[in-house]
Design a protein around this ligand. Structure first.
Ligand code: FAD
Length: 410
């Protein structure tokens, strides 16, 4: 019979970090990933200070440094009435080992994690393995059903993987979560996003620069030879924006972002990568034998770029809290409860902050005003720049940063 201690649905950030730590505890871990590779563009490339520290603890700091990531040290906003933008979040003021956000393609980070995990004798990553649902016996989940060969595999490809515990890490559209009968609560989101890669460089080479107005908002992320731009627009208005044709949209972008104007010339509709923004969270993250982590437990808005980092922190907490019970055979609902108690307040607090920011974004998208910091607020921040450490801490470290357990450190 195909069996292991931990079956993990999904080889994203949450699944691979949990898998690596549990395998380092000496457990037999199998990760089932439906895709044949991890190559997906714009999939959360932000690696925050808390995650960088965790990677160091796992002995992956040097490997990460070799990826040649781009550093972002803060965020700044234009001031009402003109003048230079003011720094509203300054990560360089944080007293942490890595006072910056690193921008690294998510697939590079996933490959780093997968390679490290594959060095453990108990770890296996099965690609092209699409999880279909849980195996349930006596009211408890005892593993998963999956299709070998991925989504296109025909009948006869279905397999069963038995496990003491199953971790649901298959992301925001989690099939396993649905099949396990867990339904998240969702909050309405007033906007959606197009991600686009714009050739050229931002004047603010290490600073996130939100700006915009008159119905659109932009967040520019410097990525070296290009700028990753998020274009936020009111929910449902995408077709309207496209109705005037790509030429009109290119002109609009060039007008709003003059320093990148030259980069929009060849932009086609398929270059606009659409992100339907979601904000949702499970009330209960588990049922007997199964626990949800990362986006499957709490789908985050892209505001603050925290989704990957929360997923990784969930994975680390799962590794630390579940390993002892798995090793001595005492794993119970209490361990799952403990894991939810540890991580759910962090997700809830972050989502509450994101909902507040959504209101500001919605107001801006509805109005004709430009995004600008009121002059009194700009004066305060200029005279007390240390205040910019507070949003930087919330963004970069946040409450309850997770650390690698001793057994997983290298
Ligand atoms: C376009 C976009 C841009 C984003 N930008 C940012 C950002 O800049 N910063 C940030 O922090 N976050 C960002 N996010 C969010 C971030 O990507 C997620 O929060 C994070 O990846 C969640 O990690 P996860 O491991 O929980 O799930 P995911 O990363 O979604 O990983 C889930 C994995 O499960 C696999 N899978 C799915 N279904 C199955 C199945 N049935 N069987 C087997 N495998 C399955 C998927 O292929 C995937 O590999 C972005 C998200 C999107 C969509």
């Amino acid at each position: 019979m195909d069996a292991c201690d931990v079956a993990i649905a999904g080889g994203g950030p949450a699944g691979l970090v949990a898998g690596l730590i549990l395998a380092r505890a000496g457990l037999r871990v199998t990760v089932l990933e439906k895709h044949a590779d991890v190559l997906r563009d714009f999939r959360g490339d932000t690696v925050h200070p808390s995650t960088l520290t965790l990677l160091d603890e796992l002995g992956l700091g040097d490997g990460f440094a070799r990826l040649g990531a781009q550093r972002v040290r803060g965020a700044s906003i234009p001031v009402a009435g003109g003048g230079p933008p003011v720094t509203v979040a300054d990560l360089s003021r944080l007293r942490v080992r890595h006072p910056y956000i690193e921008m690294a393609p998510q697939w590079d980070v996933l490959n780093l994690l997968a390679e490290a995990a594959s060095a453990e004798p108990g770890f296996e990553l099965r690609m092209n393995a699409e999880v279909l649902g849980p195996v349930v016996e006596g009211g408890a989940v005892r593993g998963v059903r999956y299709a070998e060969g991925g989504p296109s595999a025909g009948p006869g490809s279905e397999r069963e993987l038995r496990a003491t515990v199953t971790l649901v890490c298959d992301g925001r559209g989690s099939v396993l979560r649905r099949e396990a009968g867990l339904v998240p609560r969702s909050w309405p989101v007033p906007f959606d996003v197009w991600w686009v890669r714009v050739p050229g460089s931002s004047a603010l080479s290490d600073t996130l620069a939100p700006r915009g107005g008159r119905g659109l908002m932009y967040v520019l992320i410097p990525r070296g030879e290009y700028v990753q731009a998020a274009m936020l627009f009111p929910r449902g208005s995408g077709p309207e924006l496209l109705a005037g044709g790509m030429e009109a949209l290119r002109e609009r972008f060039a007008r709003d972002l003059p320093e990148l104007a030259g980069g929009f010339g060849g932009m086609a509709e398929e270059d606009l990568k659409f992100l339907h923004v979601e904000l949702s969270r499970l009330r209960t993250w588990y049922r007997r034998g199964l626990i949800c982590l990362g986006d499957a437990a709490h789908t985050m808005s892209p505001v603050g770029g925290v989704g990957v980092n929360l997923a990784i922190q969930d994975g680390a907490a799962a590794g630390r809290l579940l390993a002892p019970g798995l090793l001595d055979g005492t794993l119970s609902d209490r361990d799952a409860q403990g894991l939810q108690r540890r991580r759910a307040p962090v997700a809830a607090a972050t989502q509450a902050a994101q909902r507040l920011m959504h209101r500001g974004v919605a107001r801006l998208l509805r109005s004709d005003a430009e995004l600008a910091l009121p002059r009194p607020a700009a004066r305060v921040l200029r005279s007390a720049p240390a205040l910019a450490a507070v949003p930087a801490w919330l963004l970069g470290v946040g409450p309850r940063p997770e650390h690698a357990p001793d057994f997983a450190r290298r």
